[in-house]
Design a protein around this ligand. Structure first.
Ligand SMILES: Cc1ncc(COP(=O)(O)O)c(C=O)c1O
Length: 411
């Protein structure tokens, strides 16, 4: 929908975008016309189908990927001061919940090319205070799950997978997001599927699912769903509870057992999500095809760029096409980014690079394990361009022509 005729140099080559048609629009209008805006039937179905796609038991839809990660971490109820290991090259709101919940982030470097946590350095960073690993599959590229799962088991750590960029990726034929204790996804329009703004937390544990749903829904104790017909609740004891200092018989629907948030999306977004899920196999295929076309083209510039790398067990569902400008290249990331942007090709840095270099983290308590050399390089020298399904050979051809011109004018 809204696909513009591509005029090279005039039409923007976006790094990402929402890809949808009348199916999504009709589904949303139908949902709105029903007059139910809070999460309901469509949300339930979206959660169920999403969980099935990943291969986990439970999914909880949220209003963003950031909210999903906040809930994923909060769901464990870790005591403040405990440590969570995470890469220094990170996305701000994947990192922030650690700080916001009073925990201490322990930072490890990433590899250049995969941009994922250096799994071989995790063991060294573990102390008595370590309780979890919070690990993003960066730009859709699966981490070394063999090593990570071994460490998780050996030290009995919780594993939170930030799968926001990696919907549809597999490692050893298993979907990313199904390895850990909990995982998250983002449905912002830059991601593999979109509902405008939205996200998902997903996990196998039924008890933690209840906890996370309560945290999402104001901290309430009651687990009755939108379609509960019995006025006395699913438990039939709505007016018979006695909890905390509340009087006996206090209405359980408005009893609070968690310090909660409200991080719910609205129902018609979930109607969109159900249509997007149907398109997901096509999206993943198209992203992989666009990635391969760009990879084959950029290979001739390996002298200047570190090309993307991935584990041999990994089949990434790429978010984008990352490049790192090598130290000896006769141009900087700034030079090539400005050139591409001036020619209407969108570029982005790899999220925050080394996150602790940003002003917001100046007074934050964290611990660094080892050197963060690569995260610092990424901060300065890495950028990405798009591979999203809205990109066709026309746009890819234009990228190639423009990059060829950039190198011609260099010499
Ligand atoms: C790796 C990663 N984690 C988390 C997020 C946050 O998702 P959202 O924008 O839906 O809050 C993003 C967003 O782009 C992301 O790329």
């Amino acid at each position: 929908m809204n696909k513009k005729k591509f005029i090279p140099g005039k039409t923007k080559v976006q790094y990402a975008g929402a890809y949808y048609d009348n199916k999504e629009v009709d589904a949303m209008i139908k949902s709105i016309k029903k007059g139910w805006f809070g999460v309901g039937e469509k949300a339930d179905k979206f959660e169920k189908e999403f969980a099935q796609f990943i291969g986990v038991k439970n999914a909880i839809v949220t209003n963003s990927g950031s909210s999903a990660t906040l809930l994923a971490v909060a769901g464990f109820g870790f005591k403040p001061g405990l440590e969570i290991i995470t890469p220094a090259c990170n996305f701000p709101t994947s990192f922030n919940p650690i700080v916001q919940l009073g925990l201490v982030p322990v930072l490890i470097d990433v590899d250049l090319g995969t941009y994922n946590i250096k799994a071989e350095l995790i063991e060294k960073a573990i102390t008595k205070k370590t309780v979890a690993l919070l690990i993003p599959h960066t730009l859709g590229n699966p981490c070394n799950m063999k090593k990570i799962m071994k460490i998780k088991k050996k030290y009995n750590l919780k594993l939170i997978e930030d799968n926001c960029d990696a919907l549809g990726s597999t490692y050893n034929n298993q979907k990313t997001g199904s390895f850990g204790d909990v995982a998250t996804c983002s449905f912002y329009p830059a991601h593999h599927i979109t509902i405008g703004e939205g996200g998902m937390v997903y996990l196998n544990s039924n008890s933690r699912e209840r906890k996370i749903r309560s945290l999402r829904d104001w901290g309430r104790a009651c687990h009755c769903k939108w379609d509960q017909k019995n006025p006395h609740g699913a438990c039939k004891n709505r007016f018979n509870f006695q909890l905390g200092d509340l009087p006996k018989g206090y209405d359980h629907r408005y009893t609070y057992t968690s310090i909660g948030y409200n991080l719910k999306p609205v129902e018609f977004q979930c109607a969109m999500g159900l249509e997007q899920l149907k398109k997901l196999p096509f999206f993943v295929k198209k992203r992989r095809q666009n990635f391969t076309k760009l990879y084959n083209y950029f290979k001739k510039f390996e002298k200047y760029f570190i090309l993307p790398k991935w584990e041999k067990e990994a089949k990434p569902s790429w978010f984008s096409f990352p490049l790192t400008v090598k130290d000896k290249a006769p141009f900087s990331r700034r030079d090539i980014s400005i050139y591409l942007e001036d020619h209407n090709i969108q570029t982005r840095p790899l999220f925050a690079g080394n996150i602790i270099r940003h002003p917001a983290y100046k007074n934050v308590k964290y611990r660094i394990s080892g050197s963060l050399k690569n995260s610092d390089k990424i901060l300065l020298d890495t950028f990405f361009i798009g591979v999203w399904p809205g990109m066709d050979d026309e746009q890819i051809g234009y990228i190639k022509k423009t990059v060829n011109k950039f190198f011609k004018q260099l010499y």
